[in-house]
Design a protein around this ligand. Structure first.
Ligand code: FES
Ligand code: FE2
Length: 399
């Protein structure tokens, strides 16, 4: 009997050579893709937005990945909750609008009606034995860290609380609970979600592929990070931001999927933030008193990445839509009281990560095209791709 795709996947995992890329099978098999959604996406924390996007009871938005759709809503008591967007009658999507304000969610098919808390209010003509309390929307777990909303479809999500407790004092000066969404964009790329995520995780490609990014960010060369890092410490301290690292990844993580990583690195001299001309883009975040010319890499879990400058936060997700269809979703946040036109210009604010994402879309697409070739075999990773083996380990651990 021929081996099935998941057996092949398991053998490839067992025989994986440390320090090498993954076999093409991980990016080309429908069975592996379905398995990724089930074992990795459904069981990991996914960052979906910020509490400021659902300020009032009834405000909601949808977050979709793979075949799943999740309603993120603020309920009557003011709690942020999440429910699977799947009717418990015959499975229709319950909520069709991407975002809005609702008093209840009424299924468009046969009009079963659910409260903001997910409880079924009533099913039409269901007879005397029908108990609505058996048919509430499936709950999705919610975790909020300083205003950032994470969801997990599994009943037993990876434990994050301890790691987030350790992160909290480091990010406190940035006032992340007080942010405002300035812009969101989605860059569809015809590639497997892992190729998009791996591309984000390494900066080996930054020098050849990202001219604009490379002018301002030191990461493409470890020697530059070293060289400008000492200065950054002083500048950061002077605006009220202590420079400490926190690496709770890999063996330091509490459990698979509980990784947290925090590190500030220097921009090149002349750059106060991630702007085209080096000039500030928005008022400093939180309690910061100015711009330090640094950028913080923040990872929470294995799917959620943030880059925090002194005056804005950029969040990244690499959302699977199909085996070789991924949306690179990027969201830009500024301080809660910043006003467009007065305190920031949306075009100017989003310029860097817009052009950088267009570059990424192109290189990831070509990456997938090459990986689809029957002759592709994984090559060795460079030292500058140090974060990839860690991702492969987390991935193997969970699938
Ligand atoms: S599928 Fe929702 S009411 Fe029938
Ligand atoms: Fe890139």
């Amino acid at each position: 009997m021929p081996k099935d795709d998941l057996q092949v996947m398991r053998e490839l995992m067992e025989n994986h050579r440390e320090g090498f890329a993954l076999d093409r099978h991980f990016y080309t098999s429908e069975a592996v893709y379905d398995h990724d959604i089930k074992m990795f996406w459904n069981r990991n924390w996914i960052w979906v937005g910020h509490v400021s996007q659902v300020p009032e009871p009834g405000n909601y938005f949808l977050f979709d990945y793979g075949p799943e759709s999740v309603i993120v809503v603020r309920d009557r008591e003011g709690e942020v909750r999440a429910h699977l967007n799947v009717c418990r009658h015959r499975g229709s999507r319950v909520c069709l609008e991407k975002q809005g304000t609702a008093r209840v969610f009424s299924c468009p098919y046969h009009a079963w009606t659910f409260g903001l808390d997910g409880k079924l209010r009533g099913g039409r003509a269901m007879g005397p034995d029908f108990d609505p309390s058996d048919y509430g929307l499936f709950p999705v777990q919610v975790q909020i860290f300083q205003g950032l909303i994470f969801i997990c479809a599994d009943e037993n999500p990876p434990p994050l609380a301890d790691s987030l407790d350790r992160l909290a004092p480091l990010s406190a000066p940035m006032g992340l609970e007080n942010l405002k969404l300035a812009h969101e964009a989605s860059y569809p790329v015809p590639a497997n979600w892992k190729l998009a995520l791996e591309n984000y995780l390494e900066c080996y490609h930054c020098a050849p592929s990202h001219q604009d990014y490379s002018r301002s960010h030191s990461l493409k060369d470890p020697a530059d990070v070293e060289k400008y890092g000492a200065d950054l410490r002083e500048r950061s301290a002077s605006i009220g931001l202590p420079v400490e690292e926190l690496d709770l990844t890999g063996p330091n993580a509490q459990a698979p999927g509980s990784d947290v990583y925090w590190r500030r690195y220097p921009l090149f001299p002349g750059y106060q933030t991630g702007s085209k001309d080096g000039e500030p883009l928005a008022p400093p975040l939180g309690a910061l008193s100015g711009h330090d010319g640094g950028a913080t890499d923040l990872a929470i879990g294995t799917l959620n990445y943030f880059l925090i400058y002194a005056d804005h936060l950029v969040g990244y997700r690499f959302v699977p839509r199909g085996l070789q269809e991924t949306d690179i979703q990027i969201a830009w946040y500024v301080r809660g009281d910043a006003e467009e036109g007065r305190d920031y210009d949306k075009e100017v604010l989003t310029w860097l990560w817009h052009v950088t994402s267009l570059d990424d879309e192109r290189i990831i697409r070509h990456n997938q095209e090459g990986v689809n070739s029957h002759r592709f075999a994984p090559g060795p990773l460079s030292e500058m791709e140090w974060s990839l083996p860690g991702f492969y380990r987390s991935y193997f651990n969970m699938i």
